[in-house]
Design a protein around this ligand. Structure first.
Ligand code: PEP
Length: 252
């Protein structure tokens, strides 16, 4: 049976190594007895070595917020899969809407990053989601297009350990999350697309999760037993508050 997963995206926070260590230290202490849920924390690249030194449980996985698609060479400012792995990174967020928006990441770049992550044995956390809320409960075409282009060229089985985060952009950081029912509808829809592209086994194996204004109060509602097909959450803002994040993990 698949475990649920909670992923923390720290984005461009905290501002010092000391704060990063403190946050990681408190979180990993607080959740070290949690057994039934996988937890991944994705700090900024520069904090990876610091947080690794204060990991209280190996059960917390380290993730990065991005990866470059080439393995080495003249790519100023970029980080390769091997560099990430040398700091113990096992998971990588790919195609977050903030990178699509501010860094101009295209579907093609995202597809290349997914392939590179898979080749290196990293677990890709692909983020997809529409920019604006159109008709509540209806999943706009852009979600399907993003999934199809991100998985383009993969063979059956390649993505079986992958994670897809449904993150409607209008819900990110706004305090207005999607409803658990609508998020679950999107999860089923995403799984159907994956089934169409990569087959039934992969579609059943991947984890589809939700992200967008999840907090300690609403986290459990997204993956309660009444909500089928949602297997975790991606948390931004609330993952920077140790107490809230610990509560989120425990509630899941
Ligand atoms: C995110 O940026 O992926 C996210 C889910 O942010 P927040 O939880 O702050 O909405």
């Amino acid at each position: 049976m698949k475990k649920n997963i909670v992923i923390a995206n720290w984005k461009m926070n905290p501002q010092s190594a000391q704060e990063a260590r403190r946050l990681f230290d408190t979180i990993t202490k607080g959740i070290r007895r949690v057994k039934k849920t996988d937890v991944v924390i994705c700090p900024p690249f520069v904090h990876l070595p610091d947080v690794k030194s204060v990991r209280h449980t190996q059960k917390v996985f380290l993730g990065s917020q991005d990866i470059f698609w080439e393995e080495k060479g003249a790519y100023t400012g970029e980080i390769s899969s091997r560099m990430l792995q040398s700091f113990g990174v096992t998971h990588v967020i790919i195609g977050h809407s903030e990178r699509r928006r501010w860094l101009g990441e295209t579907d093609e770049m995202i597809n290349n990053k997914i392939k590179t992550a898979l080749k290196a044995g990293l677990v890709p956390i692909l983020c997809v989601g529409e920019w604006v809320r159109e008709i509540p409960g209806e999943i706009p075409d852009i979600v399907e297009n993003q999934v199809r282009s991100a998985l383009k060229g993969l063979k059956k089985g390649d993505f079986k350990n992958g994670i897809i985060a449904y993150e409607p952009v209008w819900a990110i950081g706004t305090g207005r999350p999607e409803t658990p029912d609508n998020a679950a509808k999107a999860a089923l829809f995403i799984r159907k697309i994956v089934r169409d592209i990569l087959g039934k086994k992969t579609a059943e194996h991947i984890r589809v999760i939700y992200g967008g204004s999840v907090n300690a109060e609403n986290a459990a509602s997204f993956i309660s037993k009444d909500i089928r097909g949602m297997e975790g959450i991606l948390v931004g803002g609330a993952s920077l508050r140790a107490d809230d994040f610990i509560k989120i993990v425990k509630s899941v």
